[in-house]
Design a protein around this ligand. Structure first.
Ligand SMILES: Nc1ncnc2c1ncn2[C@@H]1O[C@H](COP(=O)(O)OP(=O)(O)O)[C@@H](O)[C@H]1O
Ligand SMILES: [Mg+2]
Length: 276
């Protein structure tokens, strides 16, 4: 069997990088914490990495999300910048073949229903994603089904109190905003009015409002440096091209989902490794 190699750096910022690593046909995604010379970013990156680990550990049983992987040989692989990594400096998770939402060329007509159901299932496990406004954290897997990545800001809730309710509502609000954008102005499947669920847009919660005012500036400072330009997120431009709708997939409650990380059937929803 071939050894592990870094196939591609999917993303990098001051917190570290996200690498696609590969051994033969096997692929994993690895988050790597930034080097010691950035102590503040590094400390926060480690906190975020621990959050991601904790959230992913709660959703091992779910399809449509990455799973934590313990793979000593992959963990021993040096980072793309040559550093040898300690276990606490990295997290390995399964790779989901497909494309981020903003790059998808085709979408099943019930994609946003399935996406909302996936988010509700996540909430059923007591996990809120908290970063779903970014299209690149929402994938279209090779079988056309939705998948969620990037659990750095995710929260795990034991109860269903006000904080959970507020965050869960924000997750759903973000899904509905995407749905609305993809289906308005005659873009709905069949060319009709925007999809029904889209108009039920939920108001921003107090948690989301507080994050925008207080948390986000600190996060951006540490992620991009003082005075650093916050790179604009990749969005599908309003001018398109917009995805072509394909027949609905229907809900299968996950039983015939392609296992995360395995090569999916050639249905052509995704286009190569998901990347920004
Ligand atoms: N498990 C995965 N399977 C497929 N692609 C992934 C996976 N994890 C991340 N990616 C891709 O890499 C990009 C960066 O990863 P992400 O976890 O979102 O990092 P960041 O927190 O820096 O945004 C994602 O937007 C996605 O396109
Ligand atoms: Mg992300």
């Amino acid at each position: 069997m071939e050894g592990w190699q870094v196939e591609r750096v999917l993303k990098s910022d001051r917190f570290g990088s996200v690498e696609l690593v590969r051994a033969g046909d096997r692929r994993l995604v690895r988050r790597v914490v930034c080097p010691r010379r950035r102590p503040a970013s590094r400390a926060l990156a480690r906190v975020l990495m621990a959050r991601e680990r904790r959230a992913l550990a709660e959703i091992e049983a779910m399809a449509g999300v990455p799973h934590l992987v313990e793979e000593a040989a992959a963990a021993a692989l040096a980072a793309a910048d040559g550093r040898v990594l300690a276990p606490a400096e990295q997290v390995l998770r399964t790779w989901i073949a497909g494309a981020p939402l903003q790059r998808a060329e085709r979408l099943p007509a019930d994609y946003f229903d399935l996406l909302e159901a996936l988010v509700v299932e996540l909430h059923g496990h007591g996990v809120c994603h908290n970063d779903l406004h970014k299209e690149q954290n929402v994938l279209v897997a090779e079988d056309g089904r939705p998948a969620l990545v990037d659990f750095q800001l995710a929260s795990v809730h034991r109860g269903r109190g006000a904080l959970f309710t507020s965050r869960a509502r924000d997750d759903v609000r973000h899904v509905r905003k995407h749905r609305r954008r993809y289906t308005r102005d005659g873009r709905a499947p069949g060319g009709g009015a925007e999809a029904a669920g889209a108009s039920r847009v939920v108001r921003r919660s107090w948690v989301a409002a507080a994050w925008r005012k207080l948390g986000k500036p600190v996060y951006n400072l540490l992620a991009h440096g003082p005075g650093g330009r916050v790179p604009s997120e990749e969005w599908r431009p309003e001018s398109g091209p917009w995805p072509v709708w394909t027949p609905p997939l229907g809900s299968t409650a996950g039983e015939d989902r392609v296992a995360a990380g395995s090569p999916g059937p050639e249905t052509g929803y995704g286009s190569g490794p998901a990347a920004r």
